[in-house]
Design a protein around this ligand. Structure first.
Ligand code: PLP
Length: 417
């Protein structure tokens, strides 16, 4: 047996909330102007109350609305696969399992949060959503979710990607979204995720009918993504595993990593590992302090490891990992020593991604290649020690719309500084 599936009616019906179980109490977000803790009213121009409540909830489990499950069931539960062919190729005694989130409509884990976010906005009477997107993964997830609930969706796309990567823009437009290059006020500026967030937030606060939606970082996004780890736990048990020894995920803002790892957090025997790019190494080289989520300083200040909100990461191919900060939940775990973090240069991650493609067949997103690099290194370490380690990682998305990146790698155009 290499594939462990759950039936449609085994889809989890509640999300796991990590907030009450964190090693240290969470510091509150601060208002950008007053630097006082933000209250629900401060966030109301941006988010529906359903999501604001989840952002601060101390309930250990939060029910998933039936209308959300109806849409998640289009592709969930997702498979858990044992990568036996990769194990054989590496000659490792480790058992490697991956949770395959690449089969969603947008091809990544991101619709797991886009769907509930669109749902809560719809039920509270909003008719439009704005958001930012880098390479287009979050934008396409929210475009899909908006189409399901009949919401208008406007996506500010980092200008460099808008010009160079038309396929996800076309995907967004196919789902009915409108896509504009960001920053809107400077056509010569290649843009950044932080600038696109500023553009999207600015529009949401000035329109009654419009809210803003964020694809990672915030507590409610990680909450929605825990469906990944909850399913994986059950599937690992079906595979006859007591527990994973290590859980690994790539980390941009921390949502897919949180999704796979938080449900294992309370078992001290399970190591948790974040993998980030060396060129945007927030957790391994950033400083822990309050910082803005965007470039213009319009969002609340969050307690996180950050490279500074005006940091513009080099344009590596793993666009989803180019963010100056990280989820406060993930930062809390790293700071407390509960989670480890490693960073890799992108060449090393593409080597791993290609090795995975050749053995397991699937071509991973460049972001996912970061997790695979760390998995291969763990498996090779287990080979040295002879340990029968159980490795679980999140296969966060496919790379079929990122083939230019593979072309660059295969033709030696990918140079690490
Ligand atoms: C967006 C994205 C990531 C990084 O975002 P997180 O919020 O850190 O999960 C990783 N993998 C894929 C495929 C993505 O689309």
């Amino acid at each position: 047996m290499i594939r462990f599936d759950l039936t449609t009616d085994q889809i989890p019906t509640a999300w796991y909330n990590a907030l009450p179980d964190l090693p240290e109490p969470m510091q509150p977000p601060l208002h950008p102007a007053t630097r006082e803790p933000v209250g629900p009213d401060d966030l109301a121009p941006l988010f529906p109350m359903g999501l604001i409540a989840q952002e601060v909830s101390t309930d250990p489990w939060i029910d998933i609305p039936g209308e959300v499950l109806d849409i998640l069931r289009l592709w969930r539960p997702t498979p858990l696969v044992r990568a036996t062919r990769l194990e054989e190729q590496l000659g490792t005694p480790a058992r490697i399992y991956f949770k395959d989130e690449s089969g969603s409509p947008a091809g990544s884990h991101k619709p797991n949060s886009a769907v509930p976010q669109a749902f809560y906005n719809k039920t509270e009477g909003l008719t439009r959503l704005t958001t930012e997107t880098g390479a287009g993964q979050w934008g396409s997830a929210l475009s899909f979710a908006s189409a399901q609930y009949g919401l208008e969706c406007k996506v500010y796309m980092v200008r460099a990607s808008y010009n160079q990567k038309p396929y996800r823009r076309i995907l967004m437009e196919t789902w009915g979204a409108s896509v504009v290059p960001s920053p809107v006020d400077d056509e010569s500026n290649p843009g950044s995720l932080g600038m696109a967030i500023s553009d999207a937030v600015r529009e949401a606060v000035t329109r009654e009918d419009t809210h803003y939606s964020l694809g990672s970082v915030l507590n409610h996004v990680l909450l929605h993504q825990t469906i990944i780890g909850i399913e994986a736990k059950e599937q690992l048990a079906a595979a006859g595993e007591l527990r994973p020894d290590v859980v690994i995920g790539s980390c941009g803002g921390g949502s897919n990593l949180g999704g796979i790892s938080l449900p294992f957090m309370n078992d001290p025997a399970v190591r948790l590992v974040a993998v980030e790019p060396a060129s945007c190494s927030t957790l391994t080289e950033g400083t822990f302090e309050y910082d803005f989520g965007d470039t213009a300083g319009m969002t609340p200040l969050l307690p996180m490891y950050t490279l500074g909100h005006d940091f513009i990461p080099p344009s590596i191919h793993a666009g989803g990992l180019r963010y100056h900060g990280d989820s406060p939940i993930i930062c809390n775990l790293v700071k407390a020593g509960r989670m480890e973090a490693v960073a890799y240069p992108q060449g090393k991650t593409f080597e791993a991604a290609v090795q995975f493609s050749k053995s397991e067949g699937k071509v991973p997103a460049p972001e996912t290649g970061h997790a695979i690099r760390a998995v291969i290194d763990e498996a090779l370490a287990a080979k040295e020690t002879g340990e029968e380690k159980v490795i679980l990682f999140n296969y966060s998305g496919h790379g079929l719309l990122d083939l230019t990146a593979y072309d660059d790698f295969l033709n030696g155009r990918l140079v690490d500084a």
